[in-house]
Design a protein around this ligand. Structure first.
Ligand SMILES: NC(=O)C1=CN([C@@H]2O[C@H](COP(=O)(O)OP(=O)(O)OC[C@H]3O[C@@H](n4cnc5c(N)ncnc54)[C@H](O)[C@@H]3O)[C@@H](O)[C@H]2O)C=CC1
Ligand SMILES: O=C(CO)COP(=O)(O)O
Length: 288
């Protein structure tokens, strides 16, 4: 309430930052990139919001029919939201860039735009997960690939693309996840118990719209991972990230029995029922 009054005051006094923004580019036209672009476009009719995509058909569908039928079926997109497959057209004149690509594709993508993205255009990352191989977070991948201290913000919290489109309430901050592991890695405990920690975990574990949860349910029913992944065209960051988190646990000497079992189910070295049996048979220890 307090912040909404402050913001309203700024808008009335003509000091709202949105007033100074004419163009924002959104990298990635999947479900969340499209939802973020729509939220921005809804804020101001004169704002030019442009989605950078690879698929020319999705581009046509957004520009002519104002829909993204491939990733966000059933929603009419604001008419000031446009799409392009041209990197230079997308970035030209943009004052902010939203990054909404899967984490595993981020390095290759940023390599392809790093010479075109001006060093003073802030990147707002909404991608969640850890990079396979390096174990890096988005906050580490971006400067490493761009080779400079690029201005960047990292958003995370309990938010589903469809609910954002439906204007349902949500809240977002920046964070890490497993409490003990995150503490060892230098995170603040308050971050873990807040929106981007527990808040996001609750949504991903219990929310009926969660793609990660849907994969877990199917694995539990005995469907092989390969078959599950083939049946969906959308990313589930938890699949690669589970193994990376277990690797980080080893690095920081934090034992993660449940996540280790999840990673083993995902890499097919353990069945879900065996994982449950193993977890239930862990020695009883004092809770930490
Ligand atoms: N969907 C959601 O409700 C939320 C998603 N996120 C995060 O946002 C990120 C993106 O997720 P979604 O939009 O849901 O994924 P998605 O699977 O719906 O879409 C991914 C998009 O990235 C594009 N892409 C993949 N590889 C690419 C490459 N090499 N170059 C250019 N484009 C490429 C795909 O074509 C697609 O348009 C993920 O890290 C996800 O965890 C965060 C909050 C909510
Ligand atoms: O990030 C999300 C919830 O906050 C989206 O969850 P899924 O990727 O599991 O659909």
């Amino acid at each position: 309430m307090r912040w909404s009054r402050v913001l309203r005051g700024r808008i009335e006094n003509g000091t709202c930052p949105l007033e100074r923004i004419d163009k924002v580019v959104v990298f990635g036209g999947g479900s969340f990139g499209t939802a973020m672009a729509a939220v921005l476009a809804r804020q101001k009719a004169e704002l030019h919001v442009i989605l950078l995509l690879r698929d020319p058909y999705t581009c046509l569908s957004i520009n002519h029919d104002h829909t993204n039928s491939r990733y966000l079926e059933g929603y009419e997109l604001p008419h000031n939201l446009k799409a392009t497959t041209s990197i230079s057209e997308a970035i030209a004149g943009a004052q902010y860039a939203v990054h909404a690509l899967p984490v595993q594709q981020t390095r290759t993508f940023l390599e392809s735009i790093k010479d075109v993205l001006p060093p003073d255009v802030p990147l707002i990352s909404v991608s969640k997960g850890l990079e396979l191989g390096s174990g890096k977070m988005m906050s580490e991948i971006i400067p490493a690939v761009l080779g400079r201290k690029h201005p960047a913000v990292f958003l995370s919290g309990p938010s589903f693309a469809r609910e954002v489109m439906d204007r349902r309430p949500t809240g977002i901050v920046a964070a890490a996840k497993d409490l003990r592991l995150a503490r060892e890695a230098g995170a603040k405990p308050a971050t873990i118990s807040g929106l981007s920690g527990l808040g996001d975990i609750m949504l991903t574990c219990y929310g009926s719209l969660s793609r990660n949860r849907a994969i877990g349910v199917k694995l539990g029913q005995g469907v092989p991972l390969e078959e599950i992944l083939k049946s969906s065209k959308q990313v589930a960051e938890g699949v690669p990230t589970a193994g990376v988190v277990v690797g980080l646990g080893r690095r920081y000497k934090v034992s993660l029995p449940v996540l280790t079992a999840v990673a083993q189910v995902l890499n097919s070295s353990l069945r879900a029922d065996q994982a449950v049996a193993e977890i239930m048979n862990l020695p009883q220890i004092e809770e930490r």
